[in-house]
Design a protein. Structure first.
Ligand SMILES: [Zn+2]
Ligand SMILES: [Zn+2]
Length: 183
C-alpha cells in the first residue's frame, strides 16, 4: 500500500490491513509466519520553514502484530517470535533535507525518515519496523548447547563423542603436537 502525498493532502487515510507472507520483504533475517496485521493513520503535516518554504511531511501512526521465525544464534533451528509494536513516524521528502534543519518540529518519541518522490510505501515502513523490533540475538532456549563445531551435530538432540575433547588437557597437548607436526 502506497500513501500518495497529494491524496493525503485532501484527507488523512486510515488503514487496517492483513499482509500475507512475502508482501513485506524481510530478506534473509526473518520469515513471516501467517498474516501480518497493521492498522493506523497516515496524514500530511506541513512544516513551515519560511514564507515560501513549506515542506509536506507524512506522519504515519499505527501498530502491527504478527509471528516471525528466525534462526537460533547457536543451533540455527527456527525460533518463533511473536511481535507487536506501535509506531509514530515522520517522513520528509528526500529532497527537503539537503541542508540540515534549523529546528526539529517533532516530539522526542517521534522518529524521522524520508520518502522518495511523492509517496511512501507501507510495506517498506513495516519491513524496517519489524526488523527493528526483532531481538538482536535469538536463542531457541537460554541454555541452547548449539552445534558441535567438530562434527556438526545439534547438541540439544544428540550427544557426540567430541564433547569432552577440547576441555581435556591431554587433548590440548595432543592438539599442540598436531599443530607442530603440520607442514
Ligand atoms: Zn538453539
Ligand atoms: Zn561433535
Amino acid at each position: 500500500m502506497d500513501f500518495i502525498v497529494s491524496e493525503l493532502e485532501r484527507e488523512p487515510i486510515d488503514f487496517d490491513l492483513e499482509l500475507v507472507p512475502g508482501a513485506v520483504d524481510l530478506g534473509q533475517q526473518a520469515e513471516q509466519i501467517g498474516q501480518l496485521a497493521s492498522s493506523g493513520r497516515a496524514e500530511v503535516i506541513h512544516e513551515n520553514r519560511g514564507p515560501k518554504d513549506i515542506v509536506a511531511d507524512i506522519r504515519l501512526r499505527g501498530r502491527f502484530s504478527g509471528n516471525f521465525q528466525v534462526p537460533c544464534a547457536r543451533c540455527v533451528e527456527p525460533v518463533q517470535i511473536p511481535l507487536e509494536a506501535e509506531f509514530d513516524l515522520i517522513f520528509r521528502p528526500a529532497e527537503a533535507d539537503t541542508e540540515p534543519p534549523e529546528r526539529s518540529i517533532t516530539a522526542p518519541e517521534t522518529e524521522i525518515g524520508y520518502y522518495q518522490k511523492d509517496s511512501l510505501s507501507l510495506e517498506d515502513v513495516l519491513r524496517e519496523q519489524v526488523l527493528l523490533s526483532l531481538p538482536v540475538r535469538t536463542l531457541c532456549k537460554p541454555d541452547c548447547k548449539g552445534i558441535c563445531p567438530r562434527c556438526g551435530v545439534n547438541r540439544n538432540s544428540q550427544a557426540c563423542s567430541c564433547d569432552e575433547g577440547p576441555e581435556d588437557p591431554r587433548w590440548k597437548a595432543l592438539a599442540g603436537l598436531r599443530d607442530q607436526v603440520k607442514p
